[in-house]
Design a protein around this ligand. Structure first.
Ligand code: HEM
Length: 131
């Protein structure tokens, strides 16, 4: 078996991103949510996510967006975040091993937690506006 190494460069990030979203696109819970929004723009989304993780993990400033707003109105809750994290963790563990690999899982977990709280807040406020 090939030994796993740490995440070092853009090639590693690109492999991580492509493998992860391959899993997402095969997942019965997550695929419809992503496909509904992304439609035929998968190549652009994947490129953006490579830039995002390059920025977060390698300190190469390639992503200049705001990560949260596109998620605010997605019809997702705890189960979706749990599955997202399972697939992300499985992808990292299959491909990499090391400090950056551990940091990727840690950062993803923190962002997932934050997004989940903000989305739940957003959903509650929207409900209140309807009453
Ligand atoms: C169940 C969990 C999640 C779902 C269903 C989800 C779904 C999506 C979708 C559909 C988009 C594309 C939006 C668009 O192009 O209109 C997107 C963008 C993005 N997602 Fe997620 N996401 C999830 C979790 C996360 C987490 C945990 C992170 C961070 C680690 C993350 C980071 C991003 C970033 C950086 C973008 C690009 C934002 C931009 O356009 O600048 N997502 N996500």
């Amino acid at each position: 078996m090939q030994t796993r190494h740490d995440i070092h460069n853009e090639t590693d990030i690109s492999l991580l991103v492509h493998r992860f979203y391959d899993k997402v696109r095969e997942d019965a819970l997550l695929a419809p949510i992503f496909n509904e929004r992304i439609g035929s723009h998968w190549p652009a989304h994947l490129q953006k996510m490579v830039y995002f993780w390059q920025t977060v993990l390698l300190d190469e400033q390639k992503y200049f967006g705001s990560p949260f707003p596109p998620h605010a109105r997605l019809p997702i809750a705890h189960a979706h975040f749990e599955r997202w994290m399972q697939l992300f963790t499985a992808t990292i563990d299959e491909l990499f091993d090391g400090e950056k690999a551990a940091e990727a899982k840690w950062r993803a977990g923190k962002m997932a937690e934050l997004f989940e709280i903000k989305i739940a807040h957003h959903q509650r406020n929207n409900m209140q506006n309807l009453i």
